[in-house]
Design a protein around this ligand. Structure first.
Ligand code: UD1
Length: 419
């Protein structure tokens, strides 16, 4: 297991290129299974989660050629309809094959994801929706077994906004017979992007990006050639790091319209955020102001940015309250930040952060993808050296982080094995 050694205290300056969106690419690679033929996907990020998704579609029998950012996926030879435990346990988003497999082949056998570090993360809404579309669902030996001759359009009301659930059901409903209406849908940009791809393939999806999505089922879809949108969740940490280090960073290939709530909070904390050409510029202006933040489904403040924003609050004057409403166990970065000198107290779903003048480098450990990004930012602002263990979490979701930070003057080194 590799580690990072981070030498802190250098303001980040320069331009960083933002990669394609991981959370858009994952469902889009699964979409390839909905149509027989040769698909091209561009601006795909080079990440371990993408490799896992490639392994998954290969496992089904698809052929994948090329390397990210351009992948060619041929789906003529798909002949397996299962997602094994080994792949689903590595990456929970593997459950996204359920909808497409069921819609196109009438059957799917997908391992249950089980618990994960940031909470229970059930898939009941995915299964309830598929049942509404006429699928027969059984749970056996840790697997979801789903069958349907042809799915039928239906009205689906989500009990809560779920990104994966909305995506899985969109991918199922596009080939269903008749009209599907989905209410209380998630509204993330990745969902709009999925609808764009499905419509390019010949589907009829209306309303994605709002809470009501209408889908008119079609008999068949055609292969697609598509370039994936920039990753707002990769951009967020660079924005927070630029602010926290008192730097000046231009994020190239980055959409401010997908980052409004993050930009607003970073600006409220005292940084300057502006759209510039094809990107976003962030100038850190310490001292920072304490401000409260509550995570919410899009367009609210993203849970995936909660940990990183907390680092900025650790350095702000006064007390701020960071409230997590999306996942129940997403404060695992807090004890690690406290080891670096932060003053944070967890009270149920809220963390009370009292600003300190500085953080100091320490030996800390990554617990999940987004907490890891926060610890990298903390290392970049801290005095002295931070040793960050278990960085395989970072490799899942942030492309070339060391090279990108080096381009901004940040000192991060990868060490083989534990630091
Ligand atoms: C996606 C993102 C992840 C992000 C999350 C919330 C991908 C690959 N991952 O995850 O980065 O943090 O959205 O923005 O896109 N829930 C249920 N039942 C269900 C489904 C979800 O109770 O059937 C709950 C979850 O436990 C969680 C909440 O709904 O508390 C939101 O989860 P969801 O939006 O589904 O997250 P993911 O799609 O897993």
């Amino acid at each position: 297991m590799d580690s990072f050694v981070i030498r802190g205290g250098v303001p980040l300056r320069g331009t960083v290129e933002i990669s394609g969106a991981k959370n858009a690419a994952l469902p889009i690679l699964c979409v390839s299974m909905l149509a027989e033929g040769v698909h091209f996907f561009r601006n795909v990020p080079r990440l371990n989660d993408i490799d896992t998704t490639i392994d998954l579609v290969r496992h089904m029998g698809a052929e994948v050629e090329g390397t990210a950012p351009v992948l060619k996926v041929s789906t003529a030879s798909i002949d397996r309809f299962d997602a094994p435990y080994e792949l689903v346990k590595k990456m929970r988003a593997s459950v996204l094959v359920l909808g497409p497999l069921l819609a196109r082949f009438g059957e799917a056998r997908v391992s249950l994801p089980g618990g994960c570090a940031i909470g229970a993360r059930p898939i009941d809404q995915h299964l309830k929706g598929l049942e509404a579309l006429g699928a027969e669902i059984r749970i056996e030996h840790g697997f979801v077994l789903a069958r349907a001759k042809r799915l039928r359009g239906a009205e689906i009301v989500f009990d809560l906004q779920t990104v994966g659930g909305t995506e899985n059901l969109m991918m199922a409903a596009v080939l269903a017979e008749g009209r599907t209406t989905m209410l209380n849908c998630a509204k993330e940009p990745e969902i709009e992007e999925l609808a764009r791809v499905l419509n390019k393939m010949g589907a009829n999806v209306q309303g994605a990006g709002t809470d009501t999505i209408h889908i008119e089922g079609v008999r068949e879809l055609r292969p697609v050639d598509h370039a994936i949108i920039p990753d707002r969740i990769e951009a967020g940490p660079y924005m927070a790091a630029a602010a926290a280090t008192g730097g000046d960073v231009l994020l190239h290939n980055c959409r401010l319209d997908h980052l409004e709530s993050v930009a607003a909070k970073i600006a409220q904390a005292g940084a300057e955020v502006s759209a510039e050409g094809q990107g976003v510029r962030v100038r850190g202006k310490p001292p920072f102001r304490a401000c409260d933040v509550t995570t919410l489904p899009y367009p609210g403040f993203p849970t995936d940015m909660q940990a990183q924003f907390m680092v900025l609050m650790c350095l702000a004057a006064g007390e701020s309250v960071v409230t997590e409403t999306v996942f129940e166990n997403r404060f695992m970065h807090v004890p690690e930040l406290c080891r670096m000198g932060a003053d944070v107290e967890i009270r149920g779903r809220a963390a009370v952060v009292r600003g300190v003048p500085r953080l100091s480098g320490a030996q800390v450990m990554c617990s999940d993808l987004r907490a890891s990004a926060a610890l990298v930012i903390a290392g970049l602002v801290a005095e002295g050296e931070t040793r960050l263990a278990r960085v395989y979490h970072i490799d899942r979701g942030y492309e070339d982080v060391i090279a990108k930070l080096a381009g901004l003057g940040g000192h991060v080194q990868r060490v083989k094995g534990e630091a």
